[in-house]
Design a protein around this ligand. Structure first.
Ligand SMILES: [Zn+2]
Length: 377
Protein backbone atom coordinates (compact mmCIF):
# COMPACT_ATOMS: atom_id res chain seq x y z
CA UNK A 1 0.00 0.00 0.00
CA UNK A 2 2.84 2.33 0.87
CA UNK A 3 4.77 1.80 -2.34
CA UNK A 4 1.58 2.00 -4.39
CA UNK A 5 0.78 5.36 -2.74
CA UNK A 6 4.32 6.50 -3.59
CA UNK A 7 3.87 5.44 -7.21
CA UNK A 8 0.60 7.38 -7.43
CA UNK A 9 2.25 10.50 -5.96
CA UNK A 10 5.05 10.27 -8.52
CA UNK A 11 2.55 10.93 -11.32
CA UNK A 12 2.00 14.66 -11.67
CA UNK A 13 -1.79 15.05 -11.89
CA UNK A 14 -2.12 18.73 -11.03
CA UNK A 15 -5.57 19.58 -12.44
CA UNK A 16 -4.86 17.21 -15.36
CA UNK A 17 -3.35 13.86 -16.38
CA UNK A 18 -5.77 11.80 -14.31
CA UNK A 19 -5.83 9.20 -17.10
CA UNK A 20 -2.22 8.33 -16.27
CA UNK A 21 -3.12 7.77 -12.61
CA UNK A 22 -6.14 5.68 -13.63
CA UNK A 23 -3.98 3.48 -15.85
CA UNK A 24 -1.69 2.68 -12.93
CA UNK A 25 -4.69 1.78 -10.76
CA UNK A 26 -6.12 -0.31 -13.60
CA UNK A 27 -2.87 -2.25 -13.84
CA UNK A 28 -2.96 -3.03 -10.12
CA UNK A 29 -6.61 -4.11 -10.19
CA UNK A 30 -6.05 -6.29 -13.27
CA UNK A 31 -3.23 -8.09 -11.47
CA UNK A 32 -5.78 -9.26 -8.89
CA UNK A 33 -8.46 -10.14 -11.42
CA UNK A 34 -10.59 -7.03 -10.97
CA UNK A 35 -11.86 -5.67 -14.29
CA UNK A 36 -12.12 -1.93 -14.72
CA UNK A 37 -13.06 0.55 -17.41
CA UNK A 38 -11.77 3.99 -18.35
CA UNK A 39 -14.69 6.32 -18.98
CA UNK A 40 -15.12 9.99 -19.69
CA UNK A 41 -15.17 12.74 -22.27
CA UNK A 42 -11.68 14.23 -22.00
CA UNK A 43 -8.93 11.76 -22.92
CA UNK A 44 -6.44 13.21 -20.43
CA UNK A 45 -8.99 13.38 -17.67
CA UNK A 46 -10.70 10.01 -17.70
CA UNK A 47 -12.27 8.20 -14.75
CA UNK A 48 -11.78 4.56 -13.82
CA UNK A 49 -14.77 2.43 -12.83
CA UNK A 50 -14.70 -1.11 -11.50
CA UNK A 51 -17.62 -3.21 -10.39
CA UNK A 52 -17.21 -6.22 -8.13
CA UNK A 53 -20.48 -7.99 -8.71
CA UNK A 54 -22.34 -9.43 -5.75
CA UNK A 55 -24.52 -12.52 -5.60
CA UNK A 56 -27.48 -10.14 -5.95
CA UNK A 57 -27.72 -6.63 -7.39
CA UNK A 58 -30.30 -5.25 -4.98
CA UNK A 59 -27.81 -3.18 -3.02
CA UNK A 60 -24.72 -1.30 -4.07
CA UNK A 61 -21.96 0.60 -2.35
CA UNK A 62 -19.40 2.85 -3.99
CA UNK A 63 -15.87 3.68 -2.87
CA UNK A 64 -14.77 6.97 -4.39
CA UNK A 65 -11.46 8.77 -4.64
CA UNK A 66 -10.25 11.58 -6.88
CA UNK A 67 -7.05 11.30 -8.86
CA UNK A 68 -6.27 14.98 -9.49
CA UNK A 69 -4.37 17.24 -7.10
CA UNK A 70 -3.99 20.97 -6.56
CA UNK A 71 -0.82 22.81 -7.69
CA UNK A 72 2.43 22.54 -5.71
CA UNK A 73 2.86 26.28 -5.11
CA UNK A 74 6.35 27.52 -4.26
CA UNK A 75 8.57 24.44 -4.80
CA UNK A 76 11.42 25.99 -2.77
CA UNK A 77 9.26 25.71 0.36
CA UNK A 78 9.06 21.91 0.01
CA UNK A 79 11.52 19.81 2.03
CA UNK A 80 11.43 17.13 -0.70
CA UNK A 81 10.47 17.11 -4.37
CA UNK A 82 6.63 17.20 -4.34
CA UNK A 83 6.53 14.36 -6.88
CA UNK A 84 9.09 12.11 -5.18
CA UNK A 85 6.74 10.32 -2.78
CA UNK A 86 9.66 10.31 -0.35
CA UNK A 87 9.25 8.12 2.74
CA UNK A 88 10.72 9.65 5.91
CA UNK A 89 9.99 8.64 9.53
CA UNK A 90 6.77 6.86 8.73
CA UNK A 91 5.46 9.62 6.49
CA UNK A 92 5.03 9.74 2.73
CA UNK A 93 5.60 13.25 1.40
CA UNK A 94 4.34 14.78 -1.81
CA UNK A 95 1.52 16.60 -3.54
CA UNK A 96 -1.54 14.42 -3.30
CA UNK A 97 -0.04 12.09 -0.69
CA UNK A 98 -2.78 13.08 1.76
CA UNK A 99 -5.35 14.57 -0.63
CA UNK A 100 -5.90 11.93 -1.77
CA UNK A 101 -3.73 9.32 -3.41
CA UNK A 102 -3.26 7.46 -0.11
CA UNK A 103 -7.05 7.23 0.10
CA UNK A 104 -7.12 5.89 -3.45
CA UNK A 105 -4.53 3.24 -2.48
CA UNK A 106 -6.62 2.30 0.58
CA UNK A 107 -9.68 1.77 -1.66
CA UNK A 108 -7.72 -0.31 -4.16
CA UNK A 109 -6.36 -2.60 -1.45
CA UNK A 110 -9.71 -2.87 0.34
CA UNK A 111 -11.14 -4.19 -2.93
CA UNK A 112 -8.18 -6.51 -3.48
CA UNK A 113 -8.54 -7.81 0.09
CA UNK A 114 -12.22 -8.56 -0.41
CA UNK A 115 -11.58 -10.38 -3.70
CA UNK A 116 -8.62 -12.32 -2.33
CA UNK A 117 -10.61 -13.41 0.73
CA UNK A 118 -13.21 -14.92 -1.63
CA UNK A 119 -16.01 -13.36 0.42
CA UNK A 120 -19.27 -13.35 -1.56
CA UNK A 121 -20.86 -9.96 -1.13
CA UNK A 122 -24.62 -9.85 -1.42
CA UNK A 123 -24.54 -6.64 -3.45
CA UNK A 124 -22.36 -4.75 -5.89
CA UNK A 125 -19.24 -2.91 -4.84
CA UNK A 126 -18.36 -0.10 -7.22
CA UNK A 127 -14.96 1.57 -7.28
CA UNK A 128 -14.93 5.04 -8.81
CA UNK A 129 -11.69 6.94 -9.33
CA UNK A 130 -12.69 10.36 -10.54
CA UNK A 131 -11.01 13.32 -12.19
CA UNK A 132 -11.40 17.07 -11.71
CA UNK A 133 -12.51 17.02 -8.06
CA UNK A 134 -10.39 20.06 -7.26
CA UNK A 135 -11.96 22.34 -9.85
CA UNK A 136 -15.61 21.46 -10.16
CA UNK A 137 -15.94 17.72 -10.94
CA UNK A 138 -17.02 18.49 -14.52
CA UNK A 139 -15.20 15.55 -16.14
CA UNK A 140 -15.45 13.46 -12.95
CA UNK A 141 -18.32 12.83 -10.57
CA UNK A 142 -20.74 15.11 -12.44
CA UNK A 143 -20.09 13.05 -15.57
CA UNK A 144 -20.71 9.79 -13.67
CA UNK A 145 -23.97 11.05 -12.20
CA UNK A 146 -25.05 12.07 -15.73
CA UNK A 147 -24.22 8.54 -16.85
CA UNK A 148 -26.54 7.32 -14.06
CA UNK A 149 -24.08 5.56 -11.80
CA UNK A 150 -26.32 5.51 -8.74
CA UNK A 151 -25.28 3.33 -5.82
CA UNK A 152 -27.26 3.33 -2.55
CA UNK A 153 -24.36 4.77 -0.61
CA UNK A 154 -20.81 5.96 -0.99
CA UNK A 155 -17.64 6.22 1.08
CA UNK A 156 -15.19 8.87 -0.08
CA UNK A 157 -11.58 8.34 0.98
CA UNK A 158 -10.79 12.06 1.37
CA UNK A 159 -8.36 12.93 4.19
CA UNK A 160 -10.59 13.28 7.22
CA UNK A 161 -9.41 11.16 10.10
CA UNK A 162 -10.85 11.00 13.63
CA UNK A 163 -13.92 12.72 12.26
CA UNK A 164 -16.41 11.54 9.69
CA UNK A 165 -18.04 13.97 7.30
CA UNK A 166 -21.78 13.52 6.77
CA UNK A 167 -22.45 16.88 5.15
CA UNK A 168 -20.80 19.79 3.37
CA UNK A 169 -21.33 23.49 2.96
CA UNK A 170 -22.45 24.36 -0.55
CA UNK A 171 -20.78 26.55 -3.12
CA UNK A 172 -21.86 29.51 -5.20
CA UNK A 173 -19.14 30.99 -7.39
CA UNK A 174 -19.28 33.78 -9.91
CA UNK A 175 -17.21 36.10 -12.02
CA UNK A 176 -17.99 39.77 -11.69
CA UNK A 177 -16.93 42.35 -14.29
CA UNK A 178 -16.89 46.12 -13.97
CA UNK A 179 -16.86 48.32 -17.05
CA UNK A 180 -15.32 51.80 -17.15
CA UNK A 181 -14.01 54.14 -19.85
CA UNK A 182 -10.45 54.17 -21.05
CA UNK A 183 -8.37 57.39 -21.27
CA UNK A 184 -4.76 58.62 -21.26
CA UNK A 185 -3.77 59.05 -17.59
CA UNK A 186 -1.91 62.27 -18.43
CA UNK A 187 -4.63 64.06 -20.37
CA UNK A 188 -6.56 66.80 -18.58
CA UNK A 189 -9.42 67.30 -21.03
CA UNK A 190 -10.80 63.74 -21.07
CA UNK A 191 -11.43 61.84 -17.84
CA UNK A 192 -11.78 58.06 -17.88
CA UNK A 193 -13.72 55.79 -15.58
CA UNK A 194 -11.42 53.46 -13.70
CA UNK A 195 -12.91 49.96 -13.75
CA UNK A 196 -10.32 48.69 -11.26
CA UNK A 197 -11.14 51.16 -8.48
CA UNK A 198 -14.82 50.51 -9.15
CA UNK A 199 -14.07 46.82 -8.65
CA UNK A 200 -12.29 47.59 -5.38
CA UNK A 201 -15.50 49.18 -4.10
CA UNK A 202 -17.56 46.25 -5.31
CA UNK A 203 -15.31 43.65 -3.66
CA UNK A 204 -15.31 45.50 -0.33
CA UNK A 205 -19.10 45.71 -0.46
CA UNK A 206 -19.45 42.02 -1.29
CA UNK A 207 -17.27 41.16 1.70
CA UNK A 208 -19.75 42.95 3.99
CA UNK A 209 -22.78 40.90 2.96
CA UNK A 210 -24.48 39.01 5.78
CA UNK A 211 -26.22 36.23 3.89
CA UNK A 212 -29.57 34.79 4.97
CA UNK A 213 -29.24 31.28 6.36
CA UNK A 214 -30.65 28.98 9.02
CA UNK A 215 -28.52 28.33 12.11
CA UNK A 216 -27.68 24.62 12.42
CA UNK A 217 -25.52 23.15 15.17
CA UNK A 218 -23.35 21.15 12.76
CA UNK A 219 -22.93 23.65 9.91
CA UNK A 220 -20.25 26.35 9.88
CA UNK A 221 -21.74 29.77 9.02
CA UNK A 222 -21.69 31.07 5.41
CA UNK A 223 -18.57 32.74 4.06
CA UNK A 224 -17.95 35.03 1.11
CA UNK A 225 -14.41 35.54 -0.17
CA UNK A 226 -14.42 38.26 -2.83
CA UNK A 227 -11.61 38.65 -5.33
CA UNK A 228 -9.88 35.27 -5.09
CA UNK A 229 -8.58 36.13 -8.56
CA UNK A 230 -8.58 39.64 -10.06
CA UNK A 231 -7.62 40.87 -13.50
CA UNK A 232 -7.69 44.41 -14.85
CA UNK A 233 -5.74 47.12 -16.60
CA UNK A 234 -3.34 47.06 -19.53
CA UNK A 235 -0.56 49.57 -18.86
CA UNK A 236 0.75 52.10 -16.33
CA UNK A 237 -0.56 55.14 -18.24
CA UNK A 238 -3.99 53.97 -19.37
CA UNK A 239 -7.16 54.24 -17.29
CA UNK A 240 -8.43 50.64 -17.12
CA UNK A 241 -11.83 50.20 -18.73
CA UNK A 242 -12.48 46.68 -17.58
CA UNK A 243 -11.81 44.56 -14.52
CA UNK A 244 -12.96 41.08 -13.64
CA UNK A 245 -12.83 39.19 -10.35
CA UNK A 246 -13.82 35.80 -9.04
CA UNK A 247 -15.93 35.48 -5.92
CA UNK A 248 -16.25 32.33 -3.83
CA UNK A 249 -19.28 31.88 -1.56
CA UNK A 250 -19.63 28.98 0.87
CA UNK A 251 -23.26 28.22 1.64
CA UNK A 252 -24.53 27.15 5.04
CA UNK A 253 -27.72 25.38 6.04
CA UNK A 254 -30.89 26.81 4.51
CA UNK A 255 -29.12 28.75 1.77
CA UNK A 256 -30.11 28.25 -1.85
CA UNK A 257 -28.93 29.68 -5.14
CA UNK A 258 -31.94 31.97 -5.05
CA UNK A 259 -31.17 33.26 -1.55
CA UNK A 260 -27.47 33.98 -2.15
CA UNK A 261 -28.20 35.68 -5.50
CA UNK A 262 -30.80 37.84 -3.76
CA UNK A 263 -28.31 38.75 -1.00
CA UNK A 264 -25.68 39.72 -3.61
CA UNK A 265 -28.10 41.71 -5.77
CA UNK A 266 -29.44 43.64 -2.79
CA UNK A 267 -25.93 44.75 -1.84
CA UNK A 268 -24.99 45.73 -5.40
CA UNK A 269 -28.23 47.67 -5.83
CA UNK A 270 -27.33 49.74 -2.76
CA UNK A 271 -23.91 50.42 -4.24
CA UNK A 272 -25.33 51.43 -7.64
CA UNK A 273 -27.66 53.90 -5.96
CA UNK A 274 -24.64 55.73 -4.53
CA UNK A 275 -22.55 55.47 -7.71
CA UNK A 276 -24.42 56.02 -10.97
CA UNK A 277 -21.27 55.29 -13.03
CA UNK A 278 -21.07 51.75 -11.74
CA UNK A 279 -21.54 49.14 -14.48
CA UNK A 280 -21.51 45.51 -13.33
CA UNK A 281 -22.02 42.15 -14.96
CA UNK A 282 -22.23 38.80 -13.14
CA UNK A 283 -21.65 35.32 -14.57
CA UNK A 284 -22.27 32.25 -12.43
CA UNK A 285 -19.45 29.68 -12.65
CA UNK A 286 -20.44 27.01 -10.11
CA UNK A 287 -23.22 26.03 -7.76
CA UNK A 288 -23.83 23.11 -5.43
CA UNK A 289 -26.27 23.24 -2.52
CA UNK A 290 -25.32 22.58 1.11
CA UNK A 291 -25.97 18.92 1.96
CA UNK A 292 -26.27 16.69 5.03
CA UNK A 293 -27.43 13.12 5.51
CA UNK A 294 -29.23 11.69 8.52
CA UNK A 295 -26.87 10.39 11.20
CA UNK A 296 -29.06 7.30 11.56
CA UNK A 297 -28.43 6.20 7.97
CA UNK A 298 -27.03 2.70 7.60
CA UNK A 299 -23.76 3.86 5.99
CA UNK A 300 -23.07 6.24 8.90
CA UNK A 301 -23.73 3.60 11.56
CA UNK A 302 -21.70 0.91 9.80
CA UNK A 303 -18.71 3.15 9.11
CA UNK A 304 -18.69 4.49 12.68
CA UNK A 305 -18.81 0.96 14.07
CA UNK A 306 -15.85 -0.15 11.97
CA UNK A 307 -13.78 2.93 12.74
CA UNK A 308 -14.35 2.11 16.43
CA UNK A 309 -13.29 -1.48 15.79
CA UNK A 310 -10.01 -0.54 14.07
CA UNK A 311 -9.10 2.77 15.77
CA UNK A 312 -10.69 2.24 19.19
CA UNK A 313 -12.86 5.38 19.11
CA UNK A 314 -16.08 6.47 17.50
CA UNK A 315 -15.54 9.29 15.00
CA UNK A 316 -17.12 12.67 15.59
CA UNK A 317 -19.74 13.34 12.92
CA UNK A 318 -19.19 16.71 11.27
CA UNK A 319 -20.26 18.95 8.41
CA UNK A 320 -17.23 20.02 6.42
CA UNK A 321 -16.71 23.67 5.57
CA UNK A 322 -15.21 22.63 2.25
CA UNK A 323 -16.84 20.88 -0.67
CA UNK A 324 -15.96 17.44 -2.02
CA UNK A 325 -17.39 15.12 -4.65
CA UNK A 326 -19.75 14.25 -1.80
CA UNK A 327 -21.72 17.45 -2.44
CA UNK A 328 -22.78 16.24 -5.88
CA UNK A 329 -23.28 12.62 -4.79
CA UNK A 330 -25.44 13.48 -1.77
CA UNK A 331 -27.41 16.02 -3.82
CA UNK A 332 -28.03 13.20 -6.33
CA UNK A 333 -29.57 11.09 -3.56
CA UNK A 334 -26.54 8.90 -2.76
CA UNK A 335 -25.89 8.77 1.02
CA UNK A 336 -22.24 9.74 1.29
CA UNK A 337 -19.74 9.74 4.14
CA UNK A 338 -16.14 10.90 4.05
CA UNK A 339 -13.16 9.63 6.01
CA UNK A 340 -9.64 8.62 5.07
CA UNK A 341 -5.98 8.36 6.03
CA UNK A 342 -4.25 10.61 8.54
CA UNK A 343 -1.77 13.28 7.50
CA UNK A 344 -1.39 17.01 7.08
CA UNK A 345 -0.71 20.01 4.81
CA UNK A 346 -3.19 19.18 2.06
CA UNK A 347 -3.26 22.12 -0.41
CA UNK A 348 -0.06 23.59 1.05
CA UNK A 349 3.66 22.76 0.97
CA UNK A 350 5.14 19.59 2.56
CA UNK A 351 1.92 17.63 2.31
CA UNK A 352 2.28 14.21 3.91
CA UNK A 353 0.33 11.13 4.91
CA UNK A 354 1.07 8.92 7.91
CA UNK A 355 1.87 5.65 6.19
CA UNK A 356 0.44 3.22 8.73
CA UNK A 357 -2.93 4.95 8.62
CA UNK A 358 -3.43 3.70 5.04
CA UNK A 359 -3.86 -0.01 5.90
CA UNK A 360 -5.98 0.95 8.93
CA UNK A 361 -8.46 2.89 6.88
CA UNK A 362 -8.37 0.27 4.13
CA UNK A 363 -9.57 -2.30 6.70
CA UNK A 364 -12.42 0.00 7.71
CA UNK A 365 -13.52 0.27 4.05
CA UNK A 366 -13.41 -3.50 3.51
CA UNK A 367 -15.33 -4.24 6.74
CA UNK A 368 -17.90 -1.57 5.89
CA UNK A 369 -18.48 -3.13 2.45
CA UNK A 370 -19.08 -6.50 4.12
CA UNK A 371 -21.55 -4.98 6.60
CA UNK A 372 -23.34 -2.78 4.08
CA UNK A 373 -23.74 -5.34 1.33
CA UNK A 374 -23.83 -8.34 3.68
CA UNK A 375 -22.39 -11.74 2.94
CA UNK A 376 -24.31 -14.63 1.47
CA UNK A 377 -24.17 -17.43 3.99
ZN1 LIG B 1 -9.49 16.01 -2.02
Amino acid sequence: MISFTQDLVKINSVYNNETKVCKLIKKKLTKYGIESKLVGEDKNRLNLIAKIEGTSHKKSLMFNGHTDTVAVGDVSKWKYDPFSGKFVNGKIYGRGSHDMKSGVAAIVFAAIGLVESKIKLNGDLILAFTSDEESGAHTGVKYLIKKTIKPNACIIAEPESKKMVIGNRGIYRFEITTKGRTAHTGKVDKEGINAVTKMAKVLLALGKIKPHYVKHKMFPPPKITPGTFVQGGVAINIVPDTCSALVDCRLSYGQTKKSIVADINKQLKKLKKKDRELSIKIRETAYSPPVIINKNEKIVKISSKNIKLIYGFKPKLIVSGAATDGNFLTAAGISTVVFGPEGNNAHSENEFVIANSIPKVSKVYALSAIDFLSVKK
